[in-house]
Design a binder for this molecule. Sequence first.
Ligand SMILES: Cc1ncc(COP(=O)(O)O)c(C=O)c1O
Length: 340
Amino acid sequence: MIDLRSDTVTRPSAEMLAAMTSAPLGDDVYGEDPTVNALEERVAGLLGHEAGLFTVTGSLANILGVRSLVPPGGEVLCEASAHIARAELGAHAAVSGVTTRTWSAPSGQIDLEQIRALIAPDLGPYFVVTSAVSVENTHNFGGGSIQHGYDVLADELDARGIPLHLDGARLWNAGVASGRSVASFASRAAAASVCLSKGLGAPVGSVLVGSVELIREARVWRKRLGGGWRQAGVLAAAGLYAVEHNVERLAEDHANARAIAEVLADAAPGSVKPDQVETNIVVADLAATGRTVADVVAGARDAGVLVGGVGATQLRIVTHLDASAADCRQAAEVLARLIG
Ligand SMILES: Cc1ncc(COP(=O)(O)O)c(C=O)c1O
């Protein structure tokens, strides 16, 4: 099977497994796992922050990051299809008492005018206080898009004294595709999360970064929520390996995604705009093809290709380090036959 449902489906390589089995370990709840400490320090440094916290998932890193900026009863603004609003199962409300209000924009982009209209820092006793704005970069359901208005928004929020939260699950992709350092994005946010288990190929893990104070508090909440772990260095070693070896190669995934988009655009004109595929995610709209998402997903599976649906008419194809250029070409041909 060629599995292009997500970049989370990768398996650790032999070299990554070797790094995991030889990692020095300790009890991370005591702060004594040297490999976890090294990972947290390394990622915080790469992202231009003082401190980091290794978490089991991106969702937990986001829960801890958002709650560090938004008190119970406060709100975070985000785009309507942001992962924190659509795919964390209401965690920010259920766990932290945080509500969301959203703006909608093509490809999940920042829309400064809408954000300005939503911001309500202090409208009196009847209104929820806007405590933070969250941006997802790259934007998952937006088709792996890079946030182009990021710096302008960060400047505006600085001027208004409202903190920025960055869901940077795929910030590595944004950095490689834009030629910018990941720090140039992440250092603008008061709290930022990055995933190690998506494009970078580690089996588990994310890192939340922020100030020493913010991370100290997040560490308490991680434990409170049951996420304190012991000899987690065996997993952190995979993350360190991933950060050292698997970032620059994301350019290959981006080229493969663009190549798939070109084949699909030829087969079903208008379903995809290849020049809008900036990173490793292709979203193809089947509305004009006469085929349903369920049909195409099932037909592709029968032909040895796994892809997923997002939304009523949209197919999502995600490239990653366990799918070679030849795999991606083959998958594109299968999909082109189905939608063409
Ligand atoms: C943008 C984004 N943020 C956060 C997450 C959550 O990561 P996890 O699945 O590790 O909880 C995901 C997962 O797909 C994601 O795409």
